[in-house]
Design a protein around this ligand. Structure first.
Ligand SMILES: NC(=O)c1ccc[n+]([C@@H]2O[C@H](COP(=O)([O-])OP(=O)(O)OC[C@H]3O[C@@H](n4cnc5c(N)ncnc54)[C@H](O)[C@@H]3O)[C@@H](O)[C@H]2O)c1
Length: 416
């Protein structure tokens, strides 16, 4: 075989993983059916931001192909395809199914098929059953199937890939051991478990975060209705209290958090709780728009500058960002919406253009560029004198979701 490992799906997870394996001396074949992505990689150009990836891409050798069937040219085949959720609250496995169908005719004894994508409980057993049904393999003896979920945070791939415990759920006798042989080169501690426990551990890692952030978001809305300040209430909850603590509010979304809860909810015996969590987080843009209207009046012809489109600070990832939803809702109010984000690929206005003479400035992403006195000074000098600043992330330390620039101008002073 010409390769040690094939990575199918060179996205935000697959590509850094392929580069990490190549960096450890493995012969790696990367496969993606997106021709633009492949040509960028052939030109040694990263198609998205991930700290450290461009340097690795320039340094290591990576075989490339657009045909999933070519993956059989490696002993280990890792699937890092997207697994979105249908609006039916159900995993959308079409990319996984399509890759499996391409692989079926070319798989042979000794191959290991590893699901790195996030999947609904029992998907790994489904994949093993699919191979057994269509090719009469005994999984765990002839071929190997395992779920090795990815839990890194975008932007921290290379530091976390080698430190976060690597959970492995192998099917049958030896799949876990075979998958561990591949993943141990990354250097992270290996934890063996069953396939369904690996699946549950991954989706509930994200569900925990999604639910954890929904509480301060709900509290933010509750405080508004009582005329209370959410940041002061959170401080009262957390201060010197020894049991747990409340997170901070924000626009909680992103491609993983927004869909992984559905993989539990699709077959939940207690349906509804996570849907409510989802509804809370999804309501934050509407809450911000209503809060602006309460203070400014009708938004028709009002200039609103939205700072940030990415769902996460310091990244260029806009997938499933609530900033887009916020923009859509503002546009439906006939506001004059101006947008600035220095990180994303979607073209946006410059900071100066977006903020110039704005009546309202919303910090939609807590990018470092938008936090601290210098950013507030820039808003103060370019937006209207009495502009409303909407800062659910507390980027300026004003500890007010809605505040007029005149109220918080002291925070714009340069540090002495
Ligand atoms: N992005 C994250 O931060 C993150 C973190 C942990 C886990 N995950 C999980 O990892 C998986 C991958 O996520 P991602 O963000 O890398 O997705 P992505 O959309 O960035 O990447 C998927 C890639 O697969 C390619 N592709 C799709 N169908 C294909 C096919 N049939 N053949 C070949 N290539 C195909 C696409 O062109 C794309 O490049 C998902 O299950 C996701 O939930 C993502």
């Amino acid at each position: 075989m010409r390769y040690d490992v094939s990575i199918v799906g060179l996205g935000r997870i697959g590509l850094p993983l392929a580069l990490s394996f190549a960096d450890r001396g493995l012969r790696v074949l990367g496969i993606d059916n997106n021709p633009e992505r492949l040509s960028a990689l052939r030109e040694k150009r990263m198609p998205f931001d991930e700290p450290g990836a461009q340097e690795l891409l320039e340094r290591v050798d990576l075989g490339l192909s657009e045909r999933v069937g070519d993956a059989a040219d490696a002993q280990s085949i890792v699937l890092t395809l997207g697994t979105p959720a249908f609006s039916h609250i159900e995993i959308d496995m079409r990319d996984i199914r399509s890759a499996l169908d391409d692989l079926l005719p070319v798989l042979h004894e000794g191959h290991a098929l590893i699901l790195r994508s996030t999947v609904a409980p029992d998907t790994t057993e489904f994949v093993a059953g699919y191979l057994e049904k269509h090719r009469s393999f005994v999984v765990g003896e002839d071929v190997f199937v395992a779920h090795v979920p990815e839990r890194i945070a975008a932007g921290r791939f290379f530091e976390e890939a080698s430190t976060l415990p690597c959970i492995i759920g192998g099917v049958g006798e030896r799949s876990g051991e075979v998958a561990a042989k591949l993943f141990e080169v990354l250097g992270a501690p290996i934890v063996q478990t069953t396939p369904v426990q690996a699946e549950l551990a991954k989706i509930w890692t994200n569900i925990l975060r999604y639910a954890n952030f929904s509480l301060p978001n709900l509290l933010m809305m509750d405080c508004e209705q009582h005329g209370a300040n959410v940041f002061e209430v959170i401080d009262l909850i957390n201060r010197d209290y020894p049991r747990g603590g409340m997170a901070q509010p924000g626009l909680t979304a992103g491609t993983c958090l927004r869909k992984d809860f559905a993989f539990s909810e699709e077959r939940s015996p207690a349906p509804g709780m996570l849907l409510a969590v989802h509804r809370v987080n999804e309501t934050v843009p509407r809450f911000l728009v209503e809060g602006i209207k309460r203070r400014v009046g009708k938004l028709r012809g009002v200039k609103v500058a939205v700072l940030g489109l990415a769902f996460k600070a310091g990244t260029d990832d806009e997938r499933d960002s609530l900033a887009h939803k916020l923009v859509r809702l503002l546009e439906r109010e006939l506001a004059d919406v101006a947008i600035h984000d220095p990180h994303v690929q979607t073209p946006t206005q410059s900071f100066d253009e977006a903020v110039d003479a704005a009546d309202v400035v919303v910090i939609a992403t807590n990018h470092p560029e938008f936090c601290g006195p210098a950013a507030l000074r820039a808003i103060r000098s370019q937006a209207r004198e009495d502009a409303l600043v909407v800062d659910p992330w507390n980027c300026f330390g004003a500890a007010q979701v809605f505040a007029y620039t005149t109220e918080i101008q002291a925070l714009a002073a340069p540090a002495s």
